[in-house]
Design a binder for this molecule. Sequence first.
Ligand SMILES: Nc1nc2c(ncn2[C@@H]2O[C@H](COP(=O)(O)OP(=O)(O)OP(=O)(O)O)[C@@H](O)[C@H]2O)c(=O)[nH]1
Ligand SMILES: [Mg+2]
Length: 317
Amino acid sequence: MNESELLGEKPYPFKSGYACIVGEPNAGKSTLLNAALGQKLSIVTPKPQTTRKQIVGIFTDERGERPCQIVFIDTPGVMKPKYKLHKAMLKFADTAVGDADVVILIIDAKRYHDENRTLQTDLAFQRIASSSKPKILVMNKIDLLRKEDVLPLLGRLSQEATFNEIVPLSAIKSFNLTELIKAVYPYLPHDAPLFPTDILSTAPERFFVSELIREKIFKQFREEIPYSTEVVVESFEENFEKNPKRKDVIRCAIVVERESQKAIVIGEGGSAIRKIGETARREIEAFLQRPVFLELFVKVRENWRERDQQLRDFGYQ
Ligand SMILES: Nc1nc2c(ncn2[C@@H]2O[C@H](COP(=O)(O)OP(=O)(O)OP(=O)(O)O)[C@@H](O)[C@H]2O)c(=O)[nH]1
Ligand SMILES: [Mg+2]
């Protein structure tokens, strides 16, 4: 009970707080954030380690049964770090847990079932195990499980560790998301909205632009290129608002680690980089809801994933 409740005052009628989403790479954290918001904010690819920073997604329900604002924080997947970049990524996950009112641990239920995995082997579980925050386990991807396998898995996992709630859902099919909101709600502090109720995120447009380009690179190239690449918005000319006949002009650098990678990203006669530009531009325009001219070029920054200064310049650490 807080002070006002002791005085017999009614608690503040609205609830508001932070819920971080943590899990191993590919568990579906970003898909869950997008599904909860009904809008794609966080990039999603079939490859692990897609998300590299914290992505804020603000869910607000002012008129429902549970008036609340949940500030979801999507985080990089917890893995064994191989580069300084990975350490910086893990730090984003750790600070999100530290700042959260509720910790959502998400697992790939299909893998857990098929491989008979236990929570004790889960790197993300290990990382949050000692946190005293309320914890919710999300069993994601249940669309891939047979119906009769869901409850036994839920039973097994509830034996393996203690959670405040366990929610089986399918982020990709937006199935059972209301149950997740219901599960988070009790653990939110009584408080006014932390952010304006009509915004979905706090990140600047530039950030989403660079992420959408990175997503296309993840989808277009195999193995090493996506992991050696960073995207930096070098300039963003906002012309459209002043004159709707003119497009915004966005210039972005695709940073790679070696000359040989530069050649691959450019492709024969520029074909590969043109394809990145076309697919990314379409999505950027849909996201910004205005036409843009997207100019891409490639830069080499030797070994950037291991260099402190370079990582800081890119917004890590
Ligand atoms: N079948 C199915 N696939 C899903 C579901 N949720 C996510 N996926 C897929 O799983 C893959 C990884 O999804 P992400 O949302 O990028 O996973 P993540 O946890 O954010 O991954 P990292 O950012 O790499 O840590 C993508 O191919 C998604 O489409 C789900 O509920 N069902
Ligand atoms: Mg992600």
